[in-house]
Design a protein around this ligand. Structure first.
Ligand SMILES: Nc1ncnc2c1ncn2[C@@H]1O[C@H](COP(=O)(O)OP(=O)(O)OP(=O)(O)O)[C@@H](O)[C@H]1O
Length: 232
């Protein structure tokens, strides 16, 4: 579904990503873990088409990012750490607006179902976003992903700044999205959350994918030791 082949990205003399190859399949949650400056966000930016690889190629659902960006963007949804929404509009109005941008007009009932599916309680649907917590805004982000039937969900530090309950809830939501067939690539610094959420974890250092770990085969402590062994 997501195929990254031999990708290198340099900023002047500095290599941010070096010879990255990675395939993430349909329904899989893959987490990128690594210290600051390891190249995780640069990788996401190349998938989103914001940065162009110097070498190699990236394709989503068979469409190459550099050649078919429009088709790629139709299939993906990006949830940054802080989901940007219109603060004076409600969750439902934001969802209506963003799904219209993606070319779909939903009825009020459909908008409500999408927000419920993303875990946003009904009483919040008509309140302005300015009253929402960070976790609630992320749920609207997930509802937007649902609304455009995104096949690939990219998340950058989704759990950062969330309280433990909201963070656990987001993990469950990510698992649910994947169980419904979407592919998920998430960047995180939260080793324990990553262990709970991802099927596979890739450890990045200095722009290189040093190791891939199957999350079900390790404990969180094992993962921490593996991470420390690579990064320190
Ligand atoms: N637009 C840019 N111009 C120059 N250098 C950049 C640019 N974007 C990223 N870099 C550099 O590339 C390297 C990788 O950065 P990147 O943001 O991908 O790391 P990261 O793993 O996402 O880090 P963090 O965990 O801090 O978000 C860093 O050394 C960074 O300074």
């Amino acid at each position: 579904m997501l195929e990254i082949q031999g990708v290198t990205k340099k900023f002047k003399q500095h290599t941010a990503v070096h010879q990255l190859s990675l395939n993430v399949s349909e329904g899989e949650v893959f987490a990128l873990l690594g210290p600051n400056g390891a190249g995780k966000t640069t990788t996401l930016n190349m998938i989103l088409g914001f940065e162009k690889p110097d070498e190699g190629s990236i394709s989503v659902d068979g469409y190459t990012v550099t050649e078919n960006l429009k088709e790629v963007r139709k299939r993906l949804a990006f949830i940054p750490e802080n989901v940007q929404l219109y603060p004076h509009l409600s969750g439902k109005e934001n969802l209506a607006y963003f799904s219209q941008l993606a070319g779909i007009n939903y009825s009020q009932d459909q908008l409500q179902s999408l927000l419920l599916e993303a875990g946003l309680q009904e009483k919040a649907h008509d309140s302005p976003i300015s009253t929402y917590s960070k976790g609630m805004r992320q749920k609207v982000g997930v509802a937007i992903a649902y609304s455009k039937k995104a096949k690939l969900l990219l998340l950058d530090e989704p759990a950062s700044g969330l309280d433990p309950l909201s963070s656990a809830e987001l993990s469950q939501l990510v698992r649910k999205v994947a169980s419904q067939g979407a592919t998920v690539l998430m960047v995180s610094h939260d080793l324990f959350r990553v262990k709970e959420t991802a099927d596979r974890v890739g450890i990045f250092k200095n722009g290189e994918l040093k190791k891939i770990v199957n999350a079900s085969e390790v404990t969180a402590n094992d993962l921490e030791l593996i991470y420390q062994g690579i990064v320190e």
